[in-house]
Design a protein around this ligand. Structure first.
Ligand SMILES: Cc1cc2nc3c(=O)[nH]c(=O)nc-3n(C[C@H](O)[C@H](O)[C@H](O)COP(=O)(O)OP(=O)(O)OC[C@H]3O[C@@H](n4cnc5c(N)ncnc54)[C@H](O)[C@@H]3O)c2cc1C
Length: 609
């Protein structure tokens, strides 16, 4: 086990290390946010997972990146195969994470517990997994997302066998999930979907779901079957060959738009062992996320099993979308964590002009700023994750629902954009090597760029933030959340920072009030700026709250982190060039190497220039 302060000069690169041990900020958030009994159970599991990811999975991920999946559409006789072939290391990585319980532990009580662990734990493991492999996080996240969607929205028990296998620890029988939403004419505009779902008229012809044959029920005189034939085309299908795929389609006569969409389970293979009647046209030649195959699928009389009630598909899909978005966000933080680690190691080991580059003021400033970005994004993403977890524990928890609805799109937008920016700069810190395929920044940069695009672009997420406020009045619990965090802050060092945040908080509230009465065009125009403003004010309040708690114990490192965040993101009063090098010179070890900082070592005033 490694303890801070870390001497990054003793590591050659950011692997063959334990990512959990090397991230005290994550450890602290987990300690703070997990219920006590869950933390007690989870700590060793997280340490174990950080070790596995930092060793075998990180190594395999680099090789898989060079040997991405290949699609064989037909065999030599022209028979349809729909076969995706994987590099063997992929199976080892999958086995390691699923047998560890990354999905299963949140659905079935793991050894040592009477109940499943909360989804926050899955998300923490996803964050760690993202240090190594974003593509694998995508596949795994869609597996837990599909399971969550089935669990929440199908109460017939028909698909229990799917659910059991999606959440299984037995790698040989486990299946994965996927979601096919995007069509060529509509990714953001999901309601533009043209896939048609025709009921299979005679239930006796049903080829059968895994658990039971498709059922026919008499509903208001109308014969309803659960088995459908889908016709259409899906344009971006990650984890294309998953057995637990969920897809949207429109039944005959259903309304246009999202209101007319139903949700279907579309397995790769039918219970008979035959291939489902669909054609995997090709895999996309993507910039990154090589370890997950993303392709195009043609449905042509493809069997799909209705999930839940018809025409409720888009609503059901929001369970999966929220989940995917929050996993993207913690995933972005994991990438930032790896980039930060690689940057620190490089800066400690590389000499230029006769000394280690981490000794130079500019590099110290770079590392301090990257560390603050990491800490800020981590704190926000875990807060969003916490509310989603809370809502999934209790669907009657209105506060959790409203905060999840608002914080998840904010988190997804800001953290994924920050991951791309950080990847670009971390590559530069590696110098020329960073741009070369042999070095991991090359892959992290390519992988990071998928995050802002899939599961909703910045603009789409910002509009979703508006919707959360319009429909759920989500700004109300948001205001309480921020006020509650700031109320606890009273240390003299933090007081001026708190005042700054309070001023910005007032302006944020004015902006939110303004949005409520603005015409649609104006509201849309402002949506992204407001989204980022919410991130800044919430993050500042969370960091100040944590800084206060640490100061109560005489520990001042977090106060400097909060100070730097507020000064950079919110203190609009500071203009001109910052010439005060104190953060880099005096607090480098505390911020970058996680050294202790005593309260008595704080400056008299916050470090504003
Ligand atoms: C690697 C990868 C994997 C993917 N995997 C999957 C998958 O497994 N399943 C799946 O369903 N999809 C998947 N997608 C698709 C992805 O979700 C969509 O590409 C994405 O949602 C954007 O949709 P689009 O491509 O149709 O772009 P468009 O919707 O055409 O968007 C183009 C631009 O227009 C902007 N825009 C759209 N509407 C508005 C508006 N109202 N106001 C302002 N700006 C707007 C967008 O922000 C964007 O910048 C994947 C994509 C990638 C890159």
């Amino acid at each position: 086990m490694m303890d801070p302060p870390f001497d990054y000069g003793t590591y050659d690169e950011g692997r063959y290390l334990n990512y959990w041990d090397l991230n005290p900020v994550l450890q602290e958030e987990v300690r703070r946010l997990y219920p006590d009994d869950e933390y007690e159970w989870a700590e060793e599991k997280l340490r174990e997972f950080g070790r596995i990811v930092g060793h075998t999975i990180a190594d395999n991920a680099d090789r898989i990146d060079d040997h991405g999946p290949q699609l064989q559409t037909h065999d030599k006789y022209g028979e349809l195969l729909n076969d995706v072939q994987y590099y063997p290391d992929q199976f080892e990585n999958e086995r390691l994470i699923y047998e560890h319980g990354i999905v299963a532990d949140a659905f079935q009580a793991p050894p040592g517990r009477d109940e499943p662990i909360g989804l926050l734990h899955t998300l923490t493991e996803q964050l760690l997994l993202s240090y190594a492999d974003t593509g694998l996080v995508c596949a795994q996240s869609m597996t837990s997302g599909a399971a969550l969607t089935l669990r929440n929205h199908d109460h017939t028990g028909d698909y229990d066998e799917y659910l059991d296998r999606l959440t299984s620890k037995e790698y040989e029988t486990a299946i994965e999930g996927a979601m096919f939403l995007t069509e060529e004419q509509g990714g953001s505009d999901v309601g533009a979907a043209e896939t048609v779902a025709e009921p299979v008229v005679s239930p006796s012809q049903a080829t059968g779901a895994v658990a039971t044959e498709a059922r026919a029920t008499q509903d208001g005189g109308e014969l309803q079957t659960r088995e459908y034939e889908l016709t259409g085309e899906k344009w971006f299908c990650s984890n294309i060959d998953a057995q637990g795929t969920l897809a949207l389609g429109r039944r005959p006569g259903a309304p246009d738009g999202t209101e007319g969409l139903s949700l279907f389970l579309v397995p790769h293979e039918l219970a008979s062992g035959e291939l489902n009647d669909q054609r995997y046209r090709r895999l996309k030649d993507k910039l990154g996320t090589e370890s997950v195959p993303t392709g195009e699928v043609e449905f042509d009389g493809t069997t799909g099993y209705l999930v839940g009630e018809p025409e409720r598909g888009f609503k059901y899909m929001t369970t999966m979308l929220n989940w995917e978005r929050v996993t993207n966000s913690v995933g972005a933080v994991g990438i930032i964590g790896r980039l930060l680690l690689e940057s620190k190691i490089k800066a400690a080991n590389r000499d230029a002009f006769g000394q280690a580059i981490q000794e130079f003021p500019l590099m110290q400033r770079d590392l301090v700023e990257m560390a603050v970005d990491h800490e800020a994004t981590l704190t926000f993403a875990m807060e969003a994750a916490r509310w989603l977890d809370r809502y999934e524990r209790d669907h009657d928890d209105g506060e959790a629902f409203r905060l999840m609805r608002l914080l998840v799109p904010v988190s997804k937008h800001v953290t994924t954009r920050k991951a791309v920016e950080t990847a670009s700069y971390a590559m530069e810190i590696q110098g020329g090597n960073g741009y070369v395929d042999d070095f991991v920044t090359h892959r992290l940069y390519r992988d990071a760029q998928a995050l802002p695009i899939w599961e909703g672009t910045a603009n789409v997420l910002s509009l979703d933030v508006l919707r959360a406020m319009e429909k759920e009045a989500a700004h109300e619990p948001l205001i309480e959340l921020i006020s509650g965090r700031l109320a606890a802050v009273e240390h003299p060092f933090l007081e001026p920072l708190k005042e700054t945040v309070e001023t910005e908080f007032e302006q944020l509230q004015e902006a939110l009030l303004g949005l409520a009465v603005a015409d649609d065009e104006t509201a849309q125009y402002a949506a992204k700026e407001v989204t980022e403003y919410v991130y800044d004010v919430v993050t500042a309040s969370l960091l100040l709250e944590r800084a206060q708690d640490h100061l109560d114990e005489g520990e001042a490192r977090k106060a400097i982190v909060a100070d730097l965040f507020v000064e950079r993101e919110l203190d609009t009063g500071s203009t001109g060039v910052r010439t005060d090098a104190t953060p880099a010179m005096d607090y480098f070890d505390a911020i970058v190497r996680y050294d202790d900082l005593d309260e008595t070592d704080l400056p008299n005033d916050p470090l504003r220039t």
